[in-house]
Design a protein around this ligand. Structure first.
Ligand code: ZN
Length: 379
């Protein structure tokens, strides 16, 4: 019998990955949203290993990734069949139907409880994000405006989705449980709006105008540097809608606020809307990666209902490719998002990728490291 036809497979796959993590006694992981992050149980490191509780998968930047059964194989160093036996016991020639049904229900119950728990955490994060957003004030005359000017971003008009917070705490998950404040100070807030326009999350940039790029230097509990930018709440299918003029039919989207605002200021496409996609994963959505050469093929998985889709008025969708990440895989991800838009939005008749140039971030270009706006032309 082939391993993939093993009747125990369905039972093994129904075990929540969190339970497998417990049973494998993987230690040192801390929880951030739907993920658990920490050192890889096999190759160590710091935060290279992650478990996505909702999708039931793990990934190590060094060892690779897979599902719960793959995780057992990785940690125990065993083959697929041995992993199945470890998870659900030896194969039984005849499973008592009543026992099989009891097990199925038990798994169903655990899965439902896990989903309710995830939903509760998601709602709590959105409420916290909304509270922070409400504490923000308009950016005019504040350190947020000064930060944008530092980045040469003299916006043509103030954006309603940007605000200023004078004293925002920076919290990290405490390895001993709960949360710990490791920094506090002025921050730029950006509202993330969901597909229907409602508020779903807040993006925060902690500021320090004494530093060349205006971002705060934040040091974590273990002495490691922390990102000055963080998301709270959801970003699924959302965007930071910097500017949307009346009657626009063209949407220009970069990953970050600065890149997108740079294109807005360059005014490469007059009367276009400029939205930031928050992160590349949101813009790309899930991709089909099985098969040879698919890593760079940029084929979207159209079953992904969470990825960004442009609003109905968009006829021309333009993604800005930052040059400071690996170009081939970045391009594949952007292509995936553009193809999803074409497949799901009949009005989208044109899609483009604009590239600032290898190794160049569009805002770095504006900051004067590279010649002016030559890079901002459509390709
Ligand atoms: Zn590893």
């Amino acid at each position: 019998m082939a391993a993939r036809e093993d009747p125990r497979l369905i039972e093994a796959q129904a075990i929540p990955i969190g339970e497998i993590v417990d049973r494998l006694a993987i230690e040192g992981l801390h929880r951030t949203g739907a993920e658990m992050i920490g050192p890889c149980p096999v190759c160590g490191g710091r935060d290279r290993f992650g478990i996505n509780m909702q999708r039931g998968v793990y990934n190590c930047r060094h060892c690779g990734g897979g599902d719960g059964i793959g995780l057992v194989q990785l940690v125990m160093g065993c083959d697929f069949k041995a992993a199945l036996s470890w998870l659900v016991g030896e194969a039984e020639l005849s499973i008592d139907p009543a026992e099989a049904e009891r097990r199925r229900r038990e798994h169903e119950r655990k899965r439902a409880a896990q989903e309710r728990d995830a939903e509760k955490r998601r709602k709590a994060a959105m409420r916290a994000a909304w509270e922070i957003w409400q504490q923000g004030k308009p950016t005019g005359g504040t350190a947020a405006e000064a930060y944008l000017l530092r980045r040469k971003l003299d916006l043509p008009e103030p954006s309603r989705c940007l605000r200023y917070h004078p004293d925002l705490p920076y919290m990290v998950a405490d390895p001993a449980g709960g949360w710990r404040e490791i920094h506090r100070g002025p921050a730029m807030l950006a509202a993330v709006q969901g597909p229907k326009g409602g508020f779903i999350g807040v993006h925060r940039t902690w500021l320090d105008l004494h530093r060349p790029k205006g971002k705060a230097q934040i040091v974590g509990p273990d002495g490691e540097p922390c990102q000055a930018k963080k998301m709270l709440g959801s970003k699924k299918g959302g965007a930071i809608r910097l500017y949307t003029p009346q009657g626009a039919t063209r949407l220009i989207m970069g990953e970050g606020i600065e890149t997108t605002a740079t294109a807005w200021i360059a005014n490469a496409w007059p009367a276009a809307a400029y939205w930031a996609g928050v992160d590349l994963g949101n813009m790309a959505g899930r991709r089909i990666l099985r098969g040879q050469g698919m890593k760079y093929a940029g084929v979207p998985d159209l079953d992904d209902r969470d990825a960004f889709l442009p609003p109905e008025w968009v006829e021309h969708l333009i993604f800005i490719q930052d040059g400071d990440s690996e170009p081939r895989s970045t391009r594949a991800k952007l292509l995936s998002g553009l193809r999803r838009a074409r497949a799901c939005r009949p009005r989208v008749e044109r899609v483009s990728i604009v590239h600032a140039g290898d190794g160049i971030d569009l805002n770095d270009a504006l900051m004067g490291d590279y010649t002016e706006y030559d890079h901002v032309r459509p390709d």
